[in-house]
Design a protein around this ligand. Structure first.
Ligand code: E4P
Length: 216
């Protein structure tokens, strides 16, 4: 499973890149707002920090507007993925971009039927939001499973990009049910490495190495 980091904070992306932990980046208008920076400026900088796919979301709600904004975003760098909302207009834009070879991420997916439509429109990625479903007492992981089954039934190439991941358990469950990608905040990705027995074992080895005077 690939890991994307869900952030518009360039320092976080640089740090995760330095550990070789991420395969790409996703952003959304709320994350851009949180960064306090100009949209095009921050997306351009992110694309200079990573070679992986970088999702940048359109603001327009009509197909023509989405096409204009998406084409502008696609010119920023080769690794731009145009993020489109799961609406009729978004699906129409997705279909056009697919024919033009522009990569797309269809976002705000909350049902298997929406995911089926996105795949038929030629989406590169579909983003089901697990955490936001869990927030309203609906099992987000069940949606990932359903989409996996549907895409496998018909051999769709669209990658399942599990989004709105809130913690390490979401990551493990996504990997178990076969999501292609998981996008999560930097803190969640860094938390994956932690285990109390790893730390306790390391502390003991460091102590014993010092007491034995081990040198390499
Ligand atoms: C994905 O592309 C979205 O940016 C993101 O995962 C949304 O997560 P949230 O529900 O935690 O805001």
């Amino acid at each position: 499973m690939k890991f994307f980091v869900d952030t518009a904070n360039v320092d976080e992306i640089r740090e995760l890149e330095s550990y070789g932990l991420i395969d790409g980046v996703t952003t959304n208008p709320s994350l851009i707002k949180k960064s306090g920076r100009d949209f095009v400026e921050v997306i351009t900088e992110i694309c200079s920090v990573t070679d992986g796919p970088v999702s940048a979301e359109v603001i327009a709600l009509d197909t023509e507007g989405m096409l204009a904004e998406g084409r502008k975003l696609a010119q920023i760098a080769d690794n731009i993925v145009v993020k489109l909302p799961l609406t009729l207009d978004g699906l129409a834009a997705c279909q056009t971009f697919s024919k033009e070879g522009i990569k797309t991420n269809v976002t705000l997916c909350f049902s298997a039927n929406q995911a089926l439509l996105a795949a038929k429109a030629g989406a590169t990625y579909i983003s089901p939001f697990i955490g936001r479903l869990d927030d309203i007492h609906v099992d987000g992981m069940e949606l990932i499973q359903e989409i996996r089954a549907i895409y496998d039934n018909y051999g769709f190439d669209t990658e399942i990009l599990a989004a709105s991941i809130r913690g390490p358990m979401h990551v493990k469950e996504c990997a178990l049910v076969g999501a292609d990608v998981g996008t999560a905040p930097a803190g969640v990705i860094k938390a994956l490495v932690k285990h109390p027995l790893t730390q306790a074992g390391l502390d003991q080895f460091v102590k014993d190495a010092a007491e034995a005077g081990i040198k390499v």
